[in-house]
Design a protein around this ligand. Structure first.
Ligand SMILES: [Zn+2]
Length: 88
């Protein structure tokens, strides 16, 4: 009679995995990794450039390359859109 299986095990939030992935501290993206290797004044310049909408991501990539750090444009874009691991 008591056949009503309530919320047994196995039934989880279908979004659980995605939500967990969003909050995963995990390794930060390449932008942060490279940023940490930069001298403070370049870190500040990079932060300012990332926060300035009129500076294109391509320009940031070119400057980083001139500093000796080659990053994929997609990595920079993701970081800028706060979709990377750094911005949780
Ligand atoms: Zn990032």
């Amino acid at each position: 009679m008591s056949e009503k299986a309530g919320s047994g095990k196995g039934s989880g939030n279908p979004l659980g995995e995605f939500l967990a992935a969003m909050h995963k501290p995990g390794p930060r993206c390449g932008v942060s990794a490279i940023r940490e290797t930069l001298p403070p004044e370049r870190q500040a310049a990079l932060d300012a450039a990332l926060a300035t909408p009129t500076i294109t991501t391509t320009a940031i990539r070119v400057v980083l390359k001139s500093w000796g750090s080659d990053l994929a444009l997609s990595t920079l874009l993701r970081h800028r859109k706060a979709e990377c691991a750094c911005s949780r």
